[in-house]
Ligand binder design. Structure first.
Ligand SMILES: C[S@@+](CC[C@H](N)C(=O)[O-])C[C@H]1O[C@@H](n2cnc3c(N)ncnc32)[C@H](O)[C@@H]1O
Length: 286
């Protein structure tokens, strides 16, 4: 691949998704686009780029972007921090929303749906605890292919074994031909999936209680990451919580969120953290 072709493809990816492919990560392009080249009958990446630039083939550009995205995911990813969210994080939300008994959860950058289905399985297994609650789980991703897969809820033997204990696999998935497994309708029906870019206006502004945006912003440029945090802050209610991936932080990237003092790995909207801190001081003083 010529440097010029690499630059065109990297620029396309960044313009569409915010993902910044540094020079040292450009090698990914060749690997990621191999099967697309074969399917579309291009002899080389340079000829693919020529078609992209010359013919403005919208569908081709969509497919290129989809293929360049890293969709790595698995059930209950980063289990210790996920468990913290399911335990401490959701328990706090249960108290905060006890009046209206509604909870809105957004898995932003959900890839093929494992994160959102992990949440739906958790609520199904904690049914008695959430009796009478309306739980809305929304999974979104900029990749059309990933969202189609998520909606289908069909996973290979390899994917189903990643992170999912056997008992949950048997209970919540049905065996399918060609060694695959499909999420049971009750769980599939508990999650909505939409194509959405985290850099765009949020799907339900000011209405989300829990936002997961894990392993999505890792390769954003600082400027794009700041913009994405702004969007996530717009999406959440004043007292919402944000969860990032295990190796990610808001520190140095956004002032809209601060580390949750009670729960490592979770973040609070800045204003809400201040209010909570003052409440804590008032309680301690009385
Ligand atoms: C590495 S996967 C992480 C999936 C899941 N959140 C997890 O942690 O297992 C990153 C996902 O973010 C999506 N993504 C990348 N840029 C995005 C953007 N600008 N808006 C929405 N999704 C994006 C990719 O398509 C990919 O599916």
């Amino acid at each position: 691949m010529s440097d010029a072709a690499g630059a065109v493809l990297a620029a396309l990816l960044e313009a569409r998704t915010g993902q910044h492919l540094t020079m040292s990560r450009r090698w990914r392009i060749e690997t990621a686009l191999q099967s697309l080249l074969r399917e579309r009958g291009f002899a080389s990446l340079d000829s693919l780029v020529a078609a992209l630039v010359g013919k403005h083939d919208g569908a081709l550009a969509d497919d290129v972007v989809d293929a360049l995205l890293n969709n790595e995911t698995f059930f209950y990813r980063d289990r210790p921090s996920f468990d913290q969210l399911l335990g401490q994080g959701l328990e706090r939300m249960r108290k905060l929303r006890a009046g209206q008994r509604t909870l809105s959860i957004w898995s932003a950058g959900c890839s093929s749906g494992q994160e959102a289905y992990s949440l739906a399985i958790h609520f199904a297994e904690q049914k008695a605890r959430w009796e009478g609650w309306k739980i809305d789980i929304l999974g979104t991703d900029v990749s059309r292919g990933a969202i189609e897969r998520a909606r289908g809820g069909l996973y290979s033997q390899f994917e189903i074994q990643r992170g999912l204990p056997v008992m949950q696999m048997i209970r919540w998935f049905e065996e399918y031909p060609a060694a695959s497994w499909r999420v049971v309708p009750a769980i599939r029906g508990a999650v909505r999936f939409h194509v959405h870019n985290v850099l765009g206006p949020p799907p339900c502004p000011g209405a989300v209680d829990v936002i997961l945006c894990r392993n999505v912003l890792l390769y954003f440029s600082p400027q794009m990451r700041r913009a994405a945090f702004e969007r996530l802050a717009e999406a959440g209610r004043e007292d919402s919580i944000l969860m990032l991936g295990a190796g990610e932080t808001v520190s140095g990237h956004s002032q809209r969120f601060v580390q949750d003092p009670e729960c490592r790995g979770l973040y609070l909207r800045s204003g809400a953290a201040r209010v909570r801190g003052e409440e804590g001081r008032l309680r301690a003083a009385s």
